[in-house]
Write a protein that binds this ligand. Structure first.
Ligand code: ATP
Ligand code: MG
Length: 393
């Protein structure tokens, strides 16, 4: 009862009517999995709040709290101390739990919420009672109901009372897994990790594919991508990175593809192989880090050509963002510093001097007659190495 607990407010989830239960269960499962390295916790939901309760004194509460800031589906989170549902127990708990803040503040107010309608006081009466007792205990404080430095929040729930510390914003979004599953094309650049983050935020579970052209791209380049996946794992949950051997396809293209089409032809291979992976793992969409007009292969015409190589919907969550906006998200989520490490990507190894900027899908269909598109895709697919990634604890 005396333990500190976490209260995680569910966001959009509560709006989802009949799906609510599914959302709630998924969020609780994701929370439970993320907390696993930090000790044993009881996780349960009541009244659109997920409660996280440590089961013994060995839990690492501070690190657990940090980990939860990356679990999508939480709009606001607060730490709280449980107490008996008696007016004096609220006073004692506030005194014990918020003593430093009560000493530091100059003005305060008490705010109560009452979910348990059998509690004998109204929320206003409880606030007044606890407020006046705290005022006696901390005579330097003034009461300011409009603009207090400290708000002491009390909650009377069905099974316990709580005194809260100030709530913090949560990561928002939807619990990963409720939005289906997609395969993301993860390069070593800045954009695709941000695209992964944004799709995970909408509740999409991801698997990732990376196209690797050894020896044109080095093992350091591959390690960099695995590091990016590790940095994304706290947001995405467990992820698998499918490393696709791409050397043979690039050499084949260099031999037989007209140079202005090289990048597009290569990107069509990537899309098709990613789609094969998606079908294999039961994913329903692809995700890329393309941003309209950023490079020649990301004009509207070029995107039409690469998209025409696949049947599945392709999500491009950063399509309308400026590089600066993408970079600011990359910094926020912690992938930027790794993304700018100077290892070459397979796209930068063979770059045409004069890429075709307004290509038609038919032109690429015709070029693909010149080599065994399906056979090359199948061979690359058969050579995939799967690497399972876990979040660091
Ligand atoms: P990024 O910063 O994500 O690398 P970019 O601006 O460098 O993007 P391109 O290199 O044209 O753009 O690639 C566009 C998209 O194609 C990437 O965002 C990514 O989704 C995918 N992609 C490119 N190269 C690879 C690769 N080697 N492996 C997997 N996906 C890739
Ligand atoms: Mg790139």
């Amino acid at each position: 009862m005396e333990n500190e607990i976490f209260l995680l407010k569910m966001g959009e989830i509560v709006l989802k009517g009949l799906n609510r239960r599914r959302f709630e269960d998924r969020l609780m499962a994701n929370v439970t999995r993320r907390l696993h390295p930090y000790g044993r916790f009881r996780v349960y939901a009541r009244q659109s709040t997920v409660y996280v309760e440590p089961m013994n004194g060995e839990c690492d509460l501070d690190r657990a709290w940090e980990a939860l800031k990356k679990v999508f589906g939480i709009v606001a989170m607060s730490r709280a101390r449980g107490c008996a549902k008696e007016p004096d127990a609220f006073v004692e708990a506030a005194q014990a739990y918020l003593n430093d803040q009560l000493l530091a503040a100059r003005s305060f107010k008490v705010e109560s919420k009452r979910a348990d309608k059998s509690f004998p006081m109204t929320s206003i009466q409880l606030s007044q009672y606890v407020g006046s007792r705290l005022h006696q205990l901390y005579p330097h404080l003034t009461v300011d109901v409009h603009n207090p430095e400290l708000t002491v929040r009390l909650e009377v729930r069905d099974f316990s009372g709580y005194v809260h510390a100030a709530p913090e914003p949560g990561p928002g979004g939807l619990p990963v897994g409720v939005g289906g599953k997609a395969v993301a094309l993860l390069s070593g650049g800045i954009d695709s990790p941000v695209a992964c983050y944004m799709m995970a935020k909408r509740g999409v579970a991801l698997e990732m594919v990376h196209f690797f052209s050894y020896p044109y791209t080095s093992n350091e380049a591959k390690d960099k991508v695995l590091e990016l996946a590790t940095l994304l794992a706290p947001y995405c949950g467990r992820v698998t990175v499918h490393i696709v051997p791409f050397t043979h396809i690039q050499e084949e293209l260099r031999r037989s593809c007209p140079e202005p089409y090289f990048t597009l032809a290569m990107r069509r291979f990537m899309m098709r192989i990613a789609e094969m992976v998606a079908n294999d793992v039961g994913a329903q969409a692809l995700v890329t880090g393309e941003s309209l007009g950023q490079v020649a292969s990301q004009t509207m015409g070029a995107i039409a050509c690469t998209e025409a190589a696949v049947q599945m919907p392709v999500f491009r969550p950063v399509v309308g963002m400026d590089k600066e906006e993408i970079i600011s998200i990359a910094r926020k989520i912690g992938t930027f510093e790794t993304s700018i490490l100077p290892y070459e990507d397979c796209c930068t190894v063979f770059t045409p001097r004069h890429p075709r900027t307004n290509p038609k899908p038919e032109e690429l269909d015709e070029i693909e007659q010149g080599y065994d598109f399906a056979g090359l895709c199948q061979a690359a697919f058969d050579g995939i190495e799967q690497v399972r990634i876990r979040a660091r604890s």
